[in-house]
Design a protein around this ligand. Structure first.
Ligand SMILES: Cc1cc2nc3c(=O)[nH]c(=O)nc-3n(C[C@H](O)[C@H](O)[C@H](O)COP(=O)(O)OP(=O)(O)OC[C@H]3O[C@@H](n4cnc5c(N)ncnc54)[C@H](O)[C@@H]3O)c2cc1C
Length: 321
């Protein structure tokens, strides 16, 4: 059993030990026992299928529960990591210390007013796009094949096929780093290439409003199907991965640079440069996070020495080193 050494702000005793069991009890009071997992393998929650255990993984069902868990962790000085569907993560083999808060289908309600779709952070983008389709709203087709949640997509400004969340998000309610609920509109998100002020400042997306437009159901569906087929043709969707590993370097395509360096199919342990799309690393079955990280370093080193280009990761590498 692991023990947390915490500094309790409201205790004159200062340092005290908070036993894992005690912490579970305190979290159960907030979440109920069904929404707390102890020593949970992160590989079960990430599309790469790698990663050691999280000390705790919790799945709040409401903003109230989420806020209370954050308050508790802050008070007890326990680190928190927020995740959605784990489709852009490499979690280290040692796992994650503290509490992982998974904002997923427990928090995925929505409403529509005219052409504005407001969605809670935990809903999958594929579902959000389908709701838009069902309501004959266009503008979100680009996102239908991105496997993350709305919250992860807003934080990361996810994008594909010339579309990005920046084009549709007009308002987001989030919890800031001090635990306060705030609302920002359009430009205040400071969306950049796969980033936003929420990601930079460790905010937590609660819900966002997406401004769409009235469209023709048949056309929306046709575009979604076309993009789906293009993904199926180009991407190794039958193998565990986290999508494109690297950001697009200015003036180049990461996948093309990697292919031109003859790294297609290159393998370290169970991690391999996909032979379908060189911008993807896939888990061939027994990969560890360490294999993937070593392969990333090897690719970065090779591209730097061949082209002088520094490849930066789009995937987020997290957990205890
Ligand atoms: C096969 C495949 C294809 C992909 N194609 C694309 C693509 O075309 N375009 C693209 O942009 N991405 C793509 N991705 C990557 C990934 O799906 C996106 O980055 C997605 O937005 C991540 O969402 P998530 O819910 O899985 O977030 P996670 O992977 O769980 O987390 C990613 C980051 O977002 C943060 N985060 C998650 N939820 C919240 C929240 N509620 N509030 C604040 N921060 C949060 C996490 O802390 C973390 O830093 C692909 C991945 C795969 C596996």
């Amino acid at each position: 059993m692991r023990f947390y050494l915490t500094i309790s702000k409201d205790s004159s005793k200062g340092l005290r030990l908070l036993q894992k069991k005690t912490l579970v009890f305190m979290m159960e009071n907030i979440l109920g026992s069904e929404n707390i997992m102890v020593d949970e393998p992160m590989k079960n929650h990430c599309s790469f299928k790698v990663g050691g255990n999280a000390d705790f993984l919790v799945t709040p069902v409401s903003v109230y529960q989420l806020s209370e868990i954050i308050k508790l962790c802050k008070k007890e000085n326990i680190p928190i990591f927020i995740m959605g569907n784990g489709t852009n993560l490499i979690v280290s083999d040692k796992g994650i210390r503290g509490v992982v808060v998974k904002i997923y289908d427990n928090m995925s309600s929505y409403n529509i007013k005219d052409d504005i779709l407001t969605v809670e952070a935990g809903m999958l983008l594929s579902k959000v796009s389908n709701i838009a389709l069902e309501n004959e709203l266009t503008g979100l087709e680009f996102a239908s094949g991105i496997p993350g949640t709305l919250g992860g997509a807003v934080a990361m400004n996810a994008g594909a096929y010339d579309g990005e969340m920046k084009n549709v998000v007009i308002k987001t309610e989030y919890i800031d780093n001090d635990g306060n609920i705030k609302t920002i509109t359009g430009d205040e998100h400071q969306f950049g290439y796969r980033t936003s002020c929420i990601l930079k400042n460790s905010g937590i997306v609660l819900k966002s409003s997406l401004k769409l437009e009235k469209g023709e159901r048949r056309e929306i569906e046709a575009l979604m199907n076309d993009l789906k087929n293009r993904r199926n043709d180009k991407q190794p969707l039958d193998m565990p991965s986290a999508g494109s590993v690297f950001k697009r370097p200015e003036g180049y395509f990461a996948g093309k640079l990697i292919q031109d360096c003859n790294l297609k199919g290159y393998k370290i342990g169970g991690a391999q440069v996909s032979d379908k799309h060189c911008g993807f690393i896939v888990n061939t079955g027994e990969a560890t996070a360490s294999d993937i990280k070593q392969l990333i370093k090897h690719i970065q080193h090779t591209i730097k020495s061949s082209y002088g280009v520094e490849l930066q990761t789009e995937v987020r590498i997290v957990g205890e080193e």
